[in-house]
Design a protein around this ligand. Structure first.
Ligand code: NAI
Length: 338
């Protein structure tokens, strides 16, 4: 197949894929990095999702055991196992959604550039394969550093003539999940009753929870707000430290990704009013990629909603972090160019 697709033009390749995928109805979700700390619980949650008809599990290491294990769960989706470079195209072929938790997690003391070196090539390989095997799939990247990985994927897809900004997402759902949880703890309420937009990026101070837009309303003074914002921004480090060298957030991330993928699935099924915060190509700020609430539809992003309102402190935080976010985006673009 790899030989076949690389020999044809992008348009005929796309037609071939659409024709081939049309034969098999249903929604195939591919998990790339399925054997990992996030990949395994995420695959479990997707096996439980009735909107998934086929679950494709791919990793560079063998996924046979994981697939056999999950396949015994009495839900109606089919589970298939793929591993190694040669099977990546097969794993992706006809996928409607590709979710990517492949790559190295942050270890204590590891800086962003070390993580980027390790994960940029993984993201590029996956992007290239997606452009061949399933160019119309919705593509959700979990791999860190998300701020840079998503622009890298966009550049690779552009090179392959397969970039559609409406279909590419950096998954920032965990920031929203954490914000809801920490706010609910403060208010003593059910986290599911909290609604809060988290915008910007997905690292340190680029994560900007808009506490002023929280529903229910938060009555906090400036110092209390700053403390809560810091906790949300540094929540990843809280887990990295607690795991003491054994990785970063996996279970909460799997929950967050399963939630995000479920929203994509609902949108594919023409359910209306599905809104999620995600890191996407954007013209809402000075940064080319920016996380904000987006309205989802069957083709991916239906509408990038306006920036939520902000109070003065939040506007200042946005101004303070936009340089860092731009730099991290630029790093990705440069890496692909050279
Ligand atoms: P892990 O090391 O447990 O799993 C990663 C998996 O990716 C492994 O099974 C590995 O074999 C696989 N892999 C590596 N290179 C691959 C390739 N070229 N093709 C296919 N599979 C490949 O790591 P974990 O904890 O699951 O984290 C995965 C990624 O998710 C990390 O980059 C981490 O930083 C990121 N992450 C993102 C979050 C977010 O909010 N977006 C939150 C937490 C982690």
């Amino acid at each position: 197949l790899m030989r076949h697709v690389s020999a044809v033009s992008p348009l005929s390749q796309l037609k071939w894929n659409l024709w081939n995928c049309g034969i098999r109805r249903g929604v195939k979700v591919a998990v790339i990095g399925a054997a990992g700390g996030i990949g395994q619980p995420l695959s479990l949650m997707l096996k439980l999702n009735p909107l998934v008809t086929e679950l494709s599990l791919y990793d560079k290491v063998d996924t046979k055991g994981i697939a056999a294990d999950l396949s015994h769960i009495c839900t109606s989706s089919t589970v298939r196992s793929y591993f190694g470079k040669k099977q990546l195209i097969g794993a992706l072929e006809c996928a409607s959604i590709v979710v990517v938790p492949a790559g190295m997690p942050r270890k204590p003391g590891m800086d962003r550039s070390e993580l980027l070196d390790a994960n940029a090539s993984v993201a590029s390989i996956v992007a290239k394969a997606v452009s061949n095997a399933c160019p119309t799939a919705l593509l959700a990247f979990i791999t860190n550093p998300v701020n840079t990985i998503v622009p890298i994927v966009a550049e690779v897809l552009k090179q392959e003539d397969a970039y559609d900004p409406k279909r590419l997402f950096g998954v920032t759902t965990l920031d929203v999940v954490r914000a809801k949880t920490f706010i609910a703890e403060l208010l003593g309420i059910d986290p599911q009753a909290v609604s809060i937009p988290v915008i910007g990026g997905h690292a340190g101070k680029t994560i900007l929870p808009l506490l002023s837009q929280c529903d229910p309303k938060l009555e906090l003074d400036s110092a209390e707000k700053a403390k809560l914002v810091s906790r949300i921004q540094d929540a990843g480090t809280e887990v990295v430290k607690a795991k003491a060298g054994k990785g970063s957030a996996t279970l909460s991330m799997a929950y967050a990704a399963a939630h995000f993928v479920n929203s994509l699935l609902r949108a594919i099924n023409h359910e209306e009013n599905i809104i999620e915060c995600a890191y996407v190509q954007s013209d809402l700020s000075e940064a080319e990629f920016f996380a904000s609430p987006v309205l989802l539809g069957p083709e991916g992003i239906e509408k990038n909603l306006d920036l939520p309102e902000m109070d003065e402190e939040e506007e200042q935080r946005l101004e303070d972090m936009i340089g860092q976010l731009n730099k991290e985006i630029e790093d990705g673009v440069k890496l692909v160019a050279c």
